[in-house]
Design a protein around this ligand. Sequence first.
Ligand code: PNS
Length: 206
Amino acid sequence: MLALRGSPDSPDLPGFPAGVYYRGEVTIAVCPGSFDPLTLGHLDIVRRARSLFDEVILGVARNSSKSALLSAEQRVEIARAALAVSPGLEDVRVEIVPGLLVDFCRDAGAAAVVKGLRGGADFDAELPMALMNRHLVGVETVFVPGDPALAHVASSLVKDVARFGGPVDDLVPAGVGDLVRQALADRAARADGSAQAPPTTEGTGR
Ligand code: PNS
């Protein structure tokens, strides 16, 4: 087992701060992300996490440096539907991370956070978050190399390709491409509507 386990007699290991990784016999991992939308790359990482841990929770979280296309509820629904038809992943729970990831991990009794790496750029982006999360509550992050065949698959690229009419259905679970295209169309219609709306005088007193 990857996670460090303490015993009732000696819950701490010398040199290790007491962290959320000292738990019972079942090891739980959280796979967090924006999942906007979930891709086949994400499913690959969840599968690898599930092979290492007894329980895996897919945590749909908010990345404050990104503006999501899909609502959190849509992202949860997509993940649940995809996992339900993925052999071996049916028991992966999907939950919203309402605030800090470390609070969610502590409440869930998670031994670790699992993040996938497609390459060095991912590591550079992930390392500060992993160190911050460990600083905050002691939770460790396990980095798992993803399938190289999926190294080009990123939610941001899926949205960009779809925005310009390119094919994305082989990069995401079944049905997700349609939801992304619909959300992009809705967003474009909203932007168009607000661009054509007459200038408002609300609040000017005139
Ligand atoms: O898929 P992403 O956008 O790379 O995932 C990043 C995410 C959502 C996991 C990260 O932004 C996060 O943990 N958000 C929850 C809020 C939080 O804990 N922020 C501090 C991170 S050190």
